[in-house]
Design a binder for this molecule. Structure first.
Ligand code: AMP
Ligand code: MG
Length: 412
């Protein structure tokens, strides 16, 4: 049996980011960029107006007021997207719309609201300073400036920036294909005719959903019977994947054959059993060159182990720098007890309170009780060495989703 930390290190040590692929900007959201982005052009490309109004010379507006307006000659109209044709001289102005290029000679924009059109003239009611309401060339991005770095996640803001720079495609890390092999003679698929002693292969579905949730591509291999030939056949087919997950068959039962196969020629088992609960019977190694995580069969154990070990591995393959779930400190609403030798993950519901967060367990913590996972939005993490935590103490909670972000502050 090895520690949680050692298990995590071993798995991450065996995983590398995948290579790059070219994707359209439309498909780039949430992907990890594999290239540094330098601006090939300035943004904005030219000095332009930040307001609908008049482009003029600031010195012509000195002393203007509502009572004593100054009148300027309007020499042209510059809608957005057109090129000015005239130079604004003393006593002159050009009517200009937001985003239109600044005409030569002008050094400020006076907004429409402080003017009144009078035929070919405009009356101006306030003075402006030089540079007012002009967006200068390159004030957002200078040509040649680095705006995005390798390893950054592409969010909507990055999509906008790439678009502004004229990039309709971008290089990102490939998505790993993750094979999911469910093992067990007791398993049936959802729509198969069943008998009361059979169990629906729910892990195949929850694990595929978890894989998708990480941004990777699940490859559903279906159910392998607890027979050597059947397991080997399914594993052979899974070798096309970048990572293989199996569920079940890694315990100490007579028909738990996954470990046996991992120990055969050409394969490898690096460890088996981790000092954690749920999820102790976890095996890690490889089939040929493909890493294999042998997850426990119990539905909660397989999901919790996935969160701790598989999710970081997949995120690393995707090129992410931050591999781990966010943790927060929350006040425990009830006392908990655990075995001293293991790191315990307790399914729990976190709520916002006036002084931070409060966390309650979601009921029966048996590793087959999926309902307590359904009700949970986090896992209370209690380290090795601790046996009891009293109600009211602050504990570390790993968030399993972003439900807290959508929960209003109390009293708001
Ligand atoms: P095992 O580790 O193979 O002995 O599996 C432990 C228990 O987990 C089994 O008795 C099943 O009840 C349950 N189990 C195993 N595989 C699955 C699966 N794919 N879907 C749902 N439950 C499973
Ligand atoms: Mg089994």
């Amino acid at each position: 049996m090895i520690s949680y930390e050692e298990a995590l290190q071993t798995i991450l040590g065996a995983i590398s980011p995948l290579g790059l692929e070219k994707v359209s900007l439309f498909d780039a959201l949430d992907r990890v960029i594999g290239e540094d982005i330098f601006a090939g052009r300035a943004i904005p490309p030219k000095d332009n107006s930040a307001m609908d109004g008049y482009a003029l010379r600031a010195e012509d507006t000195v002393g203007a007021s509502k009572e004593k307006p100054i009148r300027l000659e309007v020499i042209e109209d510059i809608p957005a997207g057109t090129i000015p044709t005239k130079i604004v001289g003393p006593g002159q102005a050009a009517r200009i719309m937001t985003g239109a290029p600044l005409p030569a000679g002008a050094d400020a924009i006076l907004r429409m609201e402080d003017t009144k059109k009078e035929g070919q003239k405009v009356a101006i009611f306030v003075p402006v300073t030089k540079g007012q309401d002009i967006r200068y060339q390159g004030e957002d991005v200078r040509q040649g400036e680095q705006v995005i770095a390798k390893g950054d996640v592409i969010r909507p803001a990055e999509v906008g920036m790439l678009a502004s720079l004229g990039r309709s495609f971008v290089f990102v890390h490939q998505k790993p294909v993750v094979a999911v092999v469910s093992t067990g003679d007791e398993l049936v698929d959802i729509d198969e005719l069943s008998t009361p002693w059979k169990i629906i292969n729910s892990n195949g579905y929850s694990l595929a959903a978890l894989v998708k949730d990480c941004g990777a591509v699940p490859m559903q291999m279906g159910i392998a019977r607890d027979k050597r030939e059947d397991l080997i056949e399914k594993f052979q087919a899974a070798l096309r994947a970048d990572l293989i997950l199996s569920s079940g068959g890694v315990s100490v039962g007579d028909y738990d054959l996954v470990k046996t196969i991992m120990k055969e020629v050409g394969n490898r088992m690096q460890f088996w059993r981790v000092a954690m609960r749920p999820g102790r019977p976890l095996a890690f190694g490889s089939l040929g060159n493909v890493p294999l995580v042998g997850l426990p069969g119990n539905p909660v154990a397989s999901m919790v182990s996935f969160q701790q070990f598989v999710r970081p591995a997949i995120l690393k393959m995707l090129g992410h720098r931050n591999l781990f779930r966010r943790t927060i400190k929350a006040r425990l609403a009830e006392p908990v007890q655990k075995g001293k030798e293991v790191r315990q993950f307790i399914r729990a519901l976190i709520r916002r309170t006036k002084d931070g967060y409060e966390v309650v367990t979601t009921g029966d913590q048996g590793s087959g009780i999926l309902k307590s996972m359904v009700r949970a939005n986090g896992l209370v993490v209690i380290p090795v060495g601790v046996e009891k935590v009293a109600a009211g103490e602050w504990v570390t909670v790993q968030l399993l989703d972003d439900s807290l972000d959508r929960m209003p502050e109390p009293g708001v």
